[in-house]
Design a protein around this ligand. Structure first.
Ligand code: UD1
Ligand code: UDP
Length: 372
């Protein structure tokens, strides 16, 4: 049988985390040749994942610039990918999720009439500006794709409702494959700040916040709410690995920089970060991926957004929408810290996002697709 040349394109931290176990699975498959192209829309935040999973990209477009605009990322990625696809001549290109790299990757593949597999397909919030620009990125990538790998039945339904063309597969989310590889119950951090926190006796909150639609006033409100909580409840300790986006960093430093028991730290590598989720009591986040990981570890999540494309964990009760308004974020956080019953109700391990075998299913599906 002819070898199937599978090119995986990714560029940001979450895509790398969720594509890494898939790249490893493709590497194991005898009938496939794995080619990895990173746009490096992110740099440091991407490289740590490549290192963790021992992935050496065949192509690295190195497009990251500080404070890059959406147009700049799209244009530079598209141009770089054009040359790479011309040279590598893949049979299928895999893109992931909803970033600008995803959109550029699927568009470049389409221009070269190469088959497209969309991993983490079918997530929808229904609002084109929230999350922005991700909702439109994934919708456009979905329209271009030939194979759609859906994490959940709900995602599958979204695509069927839109009468999307191509083959739809229910696979689970590859994030669970990645998570299971790194969680260790006796994990010890390299970062002493994290080792010195008294997880048993303190109420620990893990905070992340980076979304474009939250930049400015919403983020100011969120950080102020955290400050309010910490100033009122003494037994609380906050850990905030701050995203490298300078706009996020400036605001975090100005509002939370001097607040006692708020630890602003550098972004953590994936392994310590996932293990930190496992040690903390409560997660406050506007991240997508963390809404999938924390429920699997039985950690309550308050989502710092007005909409989510991940209703499964909300339905299961582990995730609640806190929004971005100062008083609401404050009240909801305080309740979970002070009301043990309310906390216990949310702290159930649920795993609507997969069983850790998503990558195997995706590889099988691609094999079958090309055999037929
Ligand atoms: C991007 C994705 C978003 C995803 C997020 C994950 C788009 C439009 N957005 O948003 O969907 O949730 O990644 O984190 O694709 N930076 C560094 N080093 C890094 C990474 C970022 O310095 O390793 C700084 C740079 O100044 C960069 C800025 O962060 O310009 C923002 O990066 P960018 O990729 O534009 O947007 P994100 O907010 O990270
Ligand atoms: N993450 C990480 N280090 C951090 C913060 C997050 O490794 O300091 C991981 C997290 O476990 C999840 C992914 O990064 O797998 C989510 O990335 P991010 O929040 O940047 O993007 P999103 O999921 O919102 O697209």
């Amino acid at each position: 049988m002819k070898t199937i040349k599978v090119m995986s394109i990714f560029g940001t931290r979450p895509e790398a985390i969720k594509m890494a176990p898939l790249v490893k699975e493709i590497e194991k498959e005898e009938s496939m040749e794995s080619i990895v192209c990173v746009t490096a829309q992110h740099r440091e935040m991407l490289d740590q994942v490549l290192e963790l999973f021992s992935i050496k990209p065949d192509y690295d477009l190195n497009i990251m610039k500080p404070g890059q605009s959406l147009t700049q990322i799209t244009a530079r990625a598209l141009e770089g990918l054009d040359n790479v696809i011309k040279e590598a001549k893949p049979d299928i290109i895999l893109v992931h999720g909803d970033t600008t790299t995803t959109l550029a990757g699927s568009l470049a593949a389409f221009y070269h009439k190469v088959k497209i597999g969309h991993v983490e397909a079918g997530l929808r919030s229904g609002n084109k500006y929230s999350p922005y620009p991700e909702e439109m990125n994934r919708t456009l990538a979905g329209n271009l794709a030939d194979m759609h790998f859906c994490p959940t039945k709900g995602n599958e339904h979204n695509l069927l409702n839109e009468r999307i063309k191509g083959n739809i597969y229910l696979t689970g989310n590859t994030v669970i494959d990645a998570l299971f590889k790194v969680i260790k119950e006796d994990y010890v951090f390299e970062n002493e700040v994290l080792n010195n926190i008294d997880y048993k006796n303190k109420k620990t909150i893990l905070l992340t916040c980076h979304r474009r639609e939250n930049l400015g006033q919403p983020m100011e409100d969120i950080f102020s709410a955290i400050k309010d909580v910490v100033q009122e409840i003494e037994n609380v300790e906050v850990i905030f690995p701050v995203h490298l986006n300078p706009k996020v960093r400036d605001l975090a430093n100005s509002i939370l920089g001097q607040v006692p028991r708020v630890n602003l730290i550098e972004p953590l590598d994936y392994e310590p970060f996932a293990n930190l989720i496992n040690k903390c009591d409560l997660i406050l986040t506007d991240s997508g991926g963390i809404q999938e990981e924390a429920p699997a570890l039985g950690k309550p999540v308050l989502v710092l957004r007005t909409e989510t494309e991940r209703p499964e964990a909300v339905d299961a009760g582990t995730v609640k929408m806190a929004g971005v308004e100062r008083n609401r974020v404050y009240e909801m956080t305080k309740k979970l810290l002070e009301d043990n019953e309310a906390y216990k109700e949310m702290a159930n391990a649920v795993n609507p996002y997969g069983d850790g075998n998503a990558c195997k299913r995706i590889v099988e599906a691609i094999k079958e697709y090309f055999e037929n």
